[in-house]
Every structure is written in structure tokens, then in C-alpha cells.
Ligand binder design. Structure first.
Ligand SMILES: Nc1ncnc2c1ncn2[C@@H]1O[C@H](COP(=O)(O)OP(=O)(O)O)[C@@H](O)[C@H]1O
Ligand SMILES: [Mg+2]
Length: 301
């Protein structure tokens, strides 16, 4: 569906995404995980063709869905309230989104808008389409935003930390809604999150990123059960069910800053398994057991 090859993103000559290659398969949920600063959001923006103008991108993202006339890629905004205009009824906004990509009559656009609201579970959708966002509850607004992102049946949906602002229960509801609706319209979902439990529940594959590179990429089921890259193992050790103590453990140390990367593997200074080789040579992703692992010790893990 999407093929990313040797993606590099730099600011002022400093690379922050450093040669990332991965595919997004049709209909899958691909999670991008990793600590803050890993380059997840910039990668998501590159897929959307929405990098800031000062960013220098090299490598390829194919096909370029963002320039496709049919808007084949859509962003699920983080903030439901600001994503909707306050001055137009919700149904009008959805209908306008339909008419921005398809030459259909007003009545047809209207009908699709109502159908989309109905699909995301808004009761009495025909009447509710005439309401303004402030007349919706928070949950209904969230549903309306998902209806908006999916109304033109994009091939790929991008959601960057879509639930950070919500409490745990709501978070799961929203992710369930998102994954359901993705399935209903047949879109793939690229989900950027630091919520590893949400990944376990909702994602098919995970791309674990560290300091702008891939650490590990594979089916969530396998990776969560037996991480091969020490960085993935360290992240997963921070999951609540893996923690004996009440306080969540975190990985010791902090990620390097992009302009002061250590030589060799960027994770080596924090890695309990690092050897002399790791401090000298940056590992490349290798096929191991149906996944990609960028670690000099990945195979023996
Ligand atoms: N507009 C920008 N100018 C300079 N550096 C940036 C800019 N946007 C992001 N960065 C840097 O790029 C790195 C990756 O950022 P980002 O993709 O937002 O990380 P993540 O989403 O994984 O937390 C960070 O070190 C961040 O400071
Ligand atoms: Mg981010």
C-alpha cells in the first residue's frame, strides 16, 4: 500500500530520521513506537506529505498518496474539538469533505455524511447531522472526527497519539472505534503511540524506532512475546503487567540528541548487551524469524 525506502529527514544538516525503510500493508494496523524524539511524528508527517518546510527529506515514499486527487491518505486529528469548525453543522462539514474529492450532488454528499455519522454509531444521524460540534458530547465529537477521516474511504489513515488527552477507558474506546472504522472502509492505519498496551490490543505489526532508525519491525504478537532487539525488550519491560513494583520502571538513561549521536549503535550506551562491535558499527536491519531486527545480537536474543 505504501512503501518507504531510506527515508531521511534533516533539520539544519542534522538527520533526525536516518534511513528508514518499511511498508504499510493494505488494511493493516501498523504501530510506530519508541521513546519521545525517536522520529515517529516526522515519519508520519512524511507519509502525509506534511513535513514542515524547513525539513529536508530524502528517500522515497511510494506511492505519494498525499498528492493523489482522491485524497487516499487521511489524518485522524489529535484534538477532536479543534478539528471541527464551530460555525458549521457537523453534517455540512462532512458533506463538504465528500464534495472536495468527488463530483457528487449536494443531496448525495448529504446522504453520505449522514451514512458516515450512522456508521460511527451516532444515534439519529439524519437529525444529528444538523447539529453544531458544541451540541455534541465529547464522545460524539470524537466519533464525528473519525467519520470525517474515513468518509472518503482513504487507503491509509494516520493517527499520531490520537488518545493522549483521554483517560484510559476512553482511550480504548477511541482506538476500538478507529480500528473498527478502518476495517469498515478498508483502510490501513498507521498508529503512532507510546501506549504499548494499546499496541498489543489493536495493532497487527509494530515498528520500533530508536534515534531515527528502526530497531525492530514485526508482528505484534511475536514481538511482544519475544522481543529480539534489546531496545524493544527494554521498552516492553516497562509495561504494567511486566512490572512487579507499583511504579512503572523506565529504561535507564535517555535517548541521545540527534546532533550528538554516539558512534555505532545509537542504543549501545544504554544497552546491557553492548559489545565493542556495537560501539563501532551501526547495525542494519536483518531478517530474523519473520521480522526485521537491527541489532548485532538480535539473532541470539
Ligand atoms: N521542526 C523541527 N525543527 C527541528 N527539529 C525538529 C523539528 N521537528 C522535530 N524535530 C526533532 O526531530 C526529532 C524527532 O521528532 P519527532 O518525530 O517529533 O519525534 P517523536 O514523535 O518520536 O517524539 C526530535 O529530536 C525533534 O526535536
Ligand atoms: Mg511525536
Amino acid at each position: 500500500m505504501l512503501s518507504v525506502r531510506d527515508l531521511r529527514i534533516a533539520f539544519d544538516g542534522v538527520e533526525v530520521v536516518r534511513g528508514l525503510s518499511f511498508d504499510v500493508h493494505a488494511g493493516e494496523v501498523l504501530a510506530l513506537v519508541g521513546e519521545s524524539g525517536a522520529g515517529k511524528s516526522l515519519t508520519a508527517k512524511a507519509l502525509l506529505g506534511m513535513l514542515p518546510p524547513e525539513a529536508v527529506q530524502t528517500g522515497t515514499v511510494r506511492p505519494d498518496l498525499s498528492s493523489a486527487r482522491g485524497r487516499r491518505i487521511a489524518l485522524v486529528p489529535q484534538d477532536a474539538l479543534s478539528a471541527l469548525s464551530a460555525v458549521h453543522p457537523v453534517g455540512d462539514q462532512l458533506a463538504a469533505a465528500v464534495r472536495s474529492v468527488a463530483r457528487v450532488s449536494r443531496a448525495e454528499a448529504r446522504a453520505r455524511a449522514v451514512a458516515a455519522l450512522d456508521r460511527v454509531g451516532i444515534p439519529d444521524a439524519a437529525r444529528r447531522a444538523r447539529s453544531y460540534p458544541h451540541e455534541f458530547s465529547g464522545g460524539m465529537r470524537q466519533r464525528a472526527v473519525v467519520a470525517m477521516a474515513t468518509i472518503n474511504a482513504p487507503d491509509v489513515l494516520i493517527a499520531d497519539e490520537p488518545t493522549t488527552a483521554l483517560d484510559e477507558e476512553r482511550r480504548d474506546q477511541v482506538l476500538r472505534l478507529l480500528t473498527e472504522q478502518r476495517e469498515a472502509v478498508g483502510a490501513a492505519l498507521v498508529l503512532v503511540t507510546h501506549d504499548l498496551e494499546a499496541v498489543r490490543r489493536h495493532a497487527d505489526r509494530a515498528l520500533v524506532m530508536y534515534a531515527g532508525r528502526m530497531s525492530e519491525l514485526g508482528p505484534v504478537r511475536d514481538v511482544w512475546e519475544r522481543p529480539l532487539a534489546p531496545y524493544t525488550a527494554g521498552l516492553l519491560a516497562c509495561l504494567p503487567q511486566n512490572a512487579r513494583a507499583r511504579r512503572l520502571p523506565t529504561l535507564p538513561g535517555t535517548p541521545p540528541t540527534p546532533d550528538a549521536l554516539p558512534p555505532g549503535c545509537a542504543f549501545a550506551p544504554r544497552c546491557t548487551r553492548a559489545t565493542e562491535l556495537c560501539g563501532r558499527e551501526e547495525p542494519r536491519p536483518q531478517q530474523v524469524d519473520g521480522r526485521l531486527v537491527a541489532c548485532h545480537h538480535g539473532e541470539k536474543a
